[in-house]
Design a protein around this ligand. Structure first.
Ligand SMILES: Nc1nc2c(ncn2[C@@H]2O[C@H](COP(=O)(O)OP(=O)(O)OP(=O)(O)O)[C@@H](O)[C@H]2O)c(=O)[nH]1
Ligand SMILES: [Mg+2]
Length: 305
């Protein structure tokens, strides 16, 4: 005999059970609440994306990146033939503000010290005015070719102008050389490299000068002055990274790390790397004690045998 189911107005059947009117009202209220929460979340996400996009556009504008200008493979090929890029080698360009120590760094990497012939010109005023290429580096692993660029801090030109005009996109590694805290022009170049996923390294030069100044000012030992200097450098990097993670949108946010070097320690390290058998005294004063010279050489590939 067929079962008799009473049909009462307003009573629904839910998952095989009978849903009473008050239960249905409660369920509908829960559904409405869920929908409202989801809509609120979608609105918040849209707002976050809009803010991030506005930040991205603002940062791109600061960098001077034209909205319709991509660097194509053809640009890179043309750029490489114009700068004299050496296929099969590691092509490294050094950039940074005037007097930062680019040419000095290049001389050290070439294993050349005072009195050697063929030194890149170094000086206290604006010295390097054109791009110079150095392909005579002592070989340890892949051949390294260095390019010395004139200073980047030209007033009135954007980071993109400099990056594009100097064809920095042509190189395998961009080394940003600086002496004190990063200049805005350095940060912008770093950001452009980051945006283009180009290998970029930061080198902080003249550690000996700053350590010597601290020793003089604080009348402390050189070892204490070095610790003091490195604390300042680390604080500077941490401060920059914290500020950048708050101000730059994800894709354009950069994390910085400086290799801290001085010319004498670098030259000494190079000599050791090239000829480990040779007995070579470290620089006489503790002022020239190595800091990150070996790590820097490792990162540019000068330690691989
Ligand atoms: N004490 C000390 N002086 C350095 C060091 N590196 C560079 N210098 C000095 O800093 C000055 C500028 O160095 P350069 O190598 O000419 O700097 P640059 O970046 O090539 O300069 P421009 O070609 O003008 O852009 C010179 O007097 C160098 O001797 C270092 O590690 N220690
Ligand atoms: Mg120079």
């Amino acid at each position: 005999m067929a079962a008799f189911i009473p049909v009462i107005a307003g009573v629904g059947i839910l998952a095989g059970t009978i849903e009473m009117p008050w239960e249905r009202n409660a369920r509908k209220a829960r559904e409405r609440e869920r929908e409202a929460r989801a809509a609120e979340q979608r609105a918040r996400e849209a707002e976050r994306q809009a803010l991030e996009e506005a930040g991205r556009q603002r940062t791109l504008l600061e960098l001077g990146v034209p909205p319709d200008r991509e660097i194509s493979d053809t640009d890179i090929q043309t750029g490489r033939s114009e700068v004299g890029y050496e296929q099969g080698c590691r092509n490294i360009v050094l950039v940074g503000n005037r007097g930062a120590g680019k040419s000095t760094l290049i001389n050290c990497l070439r294993g050349l010290g005072p009195g050697d012939s063929g030194l890149a010109e170094v000086g206290e005023v604006n010295v390097t005015t054109d791009c110079h290429k150095y392909d005579d580096l002592p070989k340890k692993g892949k051949q390294i070719v260095l390019y010395d660029m004139p200073g980047a801090g030209v007033i009135g030109s954007s980071a993109w102008d400099y990056y594009y005009a100097r064809k920095l996109y042509s190189f395998d590694i961009v080394v940003i050389v600086h002496e004190t805290t990063l200049a805005e022009s350095d940060v912008r170049l770093r950001r452009l490299c980051y945006l283009r996923q180009q290998h970029c390294i930061l080198v902080r030069t003249k550690a000996d000068v700053h350590i010597g100044n601290i020793e003089y000012r604080k009348q402390c030992t050189i070892a204490a002055a070095r610790d003091d200097y490195m604390d300042q450098v680390r604080m500077d990097m941490r401060g920059f990274n914290a500020l950048d993670s708050a101000r730059a949108p994800g894709e354009l946010r950069v994390e910085i790390f400086d290799y801290v070097v001085n010319q004498r320690a670098l030259l000494w390290k190079i000599t050791q790397v090239l000829d480990p058998e040779r007995l070579c005294e470290p620089p006489a004063s503790d002022l020239y004690h190595p800091i990150n010279e070996a790590e820097f050489l490792g990162e540019i590939g000068m330690l691989s045998g």
